[in-house]
Design a protein around this ligand. Sequence first.
Ligand code: 9MR
Length: 554
Amino acid sequence: AIRLNQVGFYPAAPKVAVIAGDAGDAFEVKDAKSGKTVLKGKLGAERTSQHSGKHTRLADFSTLRKQGSYIIEVAGLGKSAPFRISNKVHRDVAEAALKGYYYQRASIELPEKHAGKWARPAGHPDDKVLIHASAVSEGRPANAVISSSRGWYDAGDYNKYIVNSGITMGTLLSLYEDYPLYFEDFNTNIPESNNGVPDLLDEVVWNLRWMLTMQDPADGGVYHKLTNPRFDGMIMPDAAKNPRYVVRKGTAATLDFVAVMAQTSRVFKNFDNKFPGLADSCITAAVKGWQWAGKHPAVMYNQEAMNKEFDPDVVTGAYGDRSVKDEWIWAAAEMYATTGKPEYIKEVDLELQQPMALPTWGQVKTLGYYTLLRFAEKLKLPAEQSGALRKCILNYSDQLLTDLEKQPYHTVMGKVAQDYAWGSSSVAANQGVALLCAYRLSKDQKYLHAALGNLDYLLGRNATGYCFLTGFGSKRVMHPHHRPSIADGIVDPIPGLLSGGPNPGQQDKCAGYPNKFADESFTDNDCSYASNEIAINWNAPMVYLAAALEATLK
Ligand code: 9MR
């Protein structure tokens, strides 16, 4: 009944626990070792979850600043597991969440030296990938077999999807661009560690090299995904031998690819000595993709329609979109930021008068806003434009903060029911990323603290009581819908992976959901792909949030 960030707290930052259940009025914080009381406090006024109607009260122990290991005790209710107050308290979280990508690598063995007890043989070489019939109408011929190895597995399944790689790469690269110094000393023990390049970028290169192979050199269009026709069983990567295809080129995939290539080109320009020619290859690929998209400005990926026309049927993750307006904005912004050529954004409506849209795989325009704001000075954006961008982020953040004092878990996450969508953990993390942008723009601590509140949410201060990052917390996620974690015979799941989180849609019809309340609709069960899968696009804002808070609060 005592819900709190199960990892810990920064000495100088706010610290709250949420008491769910009927308790008296008081709480005590005690030294975990000696049992000595170090702080006594009164619980705050009752708050109510709009989702379940359940009541909570806050235990605020922000005044406790001394580093150490503690527990919270509430008379009549019991005590929490030990937690830390310490500098760099989320460093392990940030490192593990980035290391999560290493475990998702396709086409490479993970030796014990880097993977510990989760060592495994290489899976999915992807060196003989077929071209699906949906993808041969133009460009490469039908009988071609291509090599498209490397990349990260998307999620709990073994397919590789360009659209979802897009937002993932964009988020990780933005983290690097926003906090480059932080990554100078950040070692995740991957094979490339100590090569003079930040591990974050080395990890990104693994997926980048795969993405580059997804562009049809004949015309510049980008395949939507590399996939089996149907999902693999619950087996280890090396046991999966089904044929793999690249399928239909589309505008969303191509523009996401363009955005990523433009951004990588910009970032890797500074590492030309380590990756000779990479930055140039990326911008060349970006320009070719941009030209293809110009000729095919709205080719949507519609899997059902595709299956009516072409064989074999493909039933894996669709990542289909209805509008590519936002992909145009993101791609244009990245092309402009990298090349400095204003013609890239001239033709595109940036939609700056509309409310901000939190990034998801299907709505990426805000990634473009982040980039334009990051380079506003360098690009000499007109004051009107940079002002509108600023307002957009700040208005959104202010709206999130409204009524924070009434929220049962004292977090902006979950204020509206829609927050609890499939992958709700990424909503919490992406809100945190937006709030950090608002903080950088305004230097107002309320945004920084609200971002921290969302990390607290993800690490345990929520209506389920779970810490959603595998490998962390006293109430851990142990059974994510993640093939290697299920098939490897090891009790602990692969660490550093963010579980999707509460989703009242319950599309998996899995047994074990406690109820239908939006904020509690979660089950730590490996059949629950709708609430307990992991995914690269969810881990990225988690890495961002944890690392950026570490870089800021230290
Ligand atoms: O994250 C995706 C979510 O927004 C969609 O509602 C859901 C259903 O289409 O699919 C999710 O993405 C899954 C993808 O299609 C296949 N790999 C696993 C992804 C995470 O569950």
